[in-house]
Design a protein around this ligand. Structure first.
Ligand code: ATP
Length: 305
């Protein structure tokens, strides 16, 4: 796309949601964050962020959850645009539109996805010439999950989740996601994790070799056996009704199930597309969730479309 093109039409970036196939949580650090071993898988539910020239920074959002998205400078997309503008001495005169399909406050890193997408869109709009490393640095400053939204695919995140190592995947995995009514705040879920684990000696978090092998083999049955989320007990403690959703999905034929990140979205790994459709229909009919969506993984990271 030429600079003239971007000036008239703006730049649109498509960005995926994520599921954590493993989320191992260590003790709280002095800075308040927890050390994590976080195996991210990008999944094919997408937001699109369009950056177009404007008189000043403005932001709009469309989609079923749009009313829950802040339209001020607290929005991660706005924060990304401001961070890039500041670094390159550019006036942040941009309109950002978020076409939102990733559930809000659902544990699928929707806000982080919009941050990464806005960063890439503004970078293209302003032709900053920033390197991939510089963009990843800004992402890490914006939030622990933002760098992964930029790179997509599958990766192990260590530190507070922001230090990424790509992970091999041997095939396409099929998922069903049960969307819940209302969100769960990530800091509140970590607080509940701290309460539930107080006084216990938490092991140093590490990626499970069997899980990495299962991802590399592309075998969904092997991956299902190794799915784990240390935040699941905390999410269930705060939202006990999620147990019924997990049971409904496994009862309908999912190979494995877990709370996605900090929840309340629940994720169901299935062997193929027809099972995905069946499990999604059963979840919707069960009345234990707002709706169910099917998606494939791994998905590509933030991409200009
Ligand atoms: P994670 O999985 O990274 O913990 P999440 O998917 O649970 O995050 P988000 O959808 O990222 O949650 O939203 C968390 C909160 O962030 C929202 O309640 C909202 O107030 C705020 N927020 C800021 N920017 C955005 C955005 N672009 N989209 C959605 N929420 C945003």
């Amino acid at each position: 796309m030429t600079r003239a093109d971007t000036g008239t039409r703006g730049v649109t970036v498509r960005v995926p949601a994520k599921v954590n196939v493993q989320l191992a949580v260590g003790a709280a650090r002095p800075d308040g964050f927890h050390d994590l071993a976080n195996v991210f898988l990008a999944v094919g539910l997408y937001d699109e962020v369009t950056a177009a020239p404007a008189d000043e920074l403005t932001i709009t959002c469309s989609g079923p959850d749009a009313a829950q998205v802040p339209l001020d400078r607290g929005n991660l997309a706005a924060r990304a645009a401001l961070a890039l503008a500041e670094r390159y001495g550019i006036e942040p005169a941009v309109h950002l539109h978020i076409a939102k399909d990733i559930p809000v406050a659902g544990g699928m890193a929707g806000g982080s996805a919009d941050g990464a997408a806005a960063l890439l869109a503004c970078d293209a709009l302003w032709s900053t010439g920033a390197s991939r490393e510089e963009l990843l640095e800004i992402c890490a400053e914006l939030g622990s999950d933002v760098p992964f939204s930029l790179i997509g695919g599958a990766a192990l995140g260590t530190g507070r989740g922001e230090l990424l190592t790509p992970v091999a995947t041997g095939g396409t995995f099929h998922w069903v996601f049960a969307l819940a009514d209302g969100g769960l705040s990530t800091p509140v879920v970590f607080g509940e994790f701290d309460r539930l684990t107080a006084g216990t000696d938490l092991p140093v978090p590490a990626a499970a070799p069997a899980l990495l092998d299962a991802l590399a083999s592309g075998d969904p049955a092997a991956l299902a056996k190794t799915l784990s989320n240390d935040l699941q007990a905390a999410a269930l403690s705060l939202r006990p009704s999620l147990a019924a959703t997990l049971a409904a999905g496994t009862g309908a034929g999912a190979l494995g199930a877990l709370v996605s990140g900090s929840g309340p979205t629940t994720a169901f790994l299935v062997p193929d597309e027809s099972t995905a459709r069946r499990v999604a229909a059963a979840l919707t009919a069960s009345g234990t969730c707002r709706t169910a969506r099917t998606a494939l993984s791994p998905a590509a990271g933030a991409t200009v479309v």
